[in-house]
Ligand binder design. Sequence first.
Ligand code: HEC
Length: 197
Amino acid sequence: MRPPGAGSGKPRPAMQRLLLEDETEAAPGGLLTRFYNRLNTRTRFFIFAILFAVIATAVVTYIERRLNGGDVSAADPTNIAQTSFGASLYAQQCAVCHGQDLAGQAGWDGDHPTGNRPAVPLAGDSPIWRLTDTDIFNVIKYGGQAFSPDNYKNNMPGYAEQFADGDIWAVVAFIKSRWSERLLKQQETAAEAAEKS
Ligand code: HEC
């Protein structure tokens, strides 16, 4: 004797089939969910293990890059990975003064005998060609004051605290990737002339 209100027990077979069909149809993801449901526990475990390994590798690589700035110790403006990494650092740290387009601030080419010169352009019609890659690296790392006379106030900050060397080389590579052929040539010629003298 069933207690009152307990229903009629198990659903009838026809009813069961209906419920199953409803479930498959309502499942989100369709094909993927059905594929997943068909896998046994072991296969599911392997899929998750592989996904985990891929994500873990990506995270470790990213952290290593941030810590060492990669193993890059020179600027290669044709290296897309290096220049795009440098572009993001430039946008975060440098664009505020030197401009998103590297054009610098108005008045930079005026007379500033005691310093406080506005940010200079880093590409285009700019005297940056007189600096070697290493000079540019050093100005970014140690700041402009380290290379200026005491009675000149240089407002270019140094990034030794924030940037690993590889980060700085990436920024140099990005800057040079925005140079014209003429500017690249001009820098090369100036460096050769400096070496001879
Ligand atoms: C607070 C503003 C400011 C920020 C931020 C800044 N700079 Fe500068 N930078 C300057 C100023 C101002 C000068 C010019 C100093 C002078 O000549 O008196 C300069 C000069 C330079 C020079 C020397 C250019 C030359 O021709 O002598 C380089 C290279 C440079 N900056 C690169 C960078 C890079 C790369 C970043 C980001 C990592 C950066 N700067 C961030 C203000 C800034």
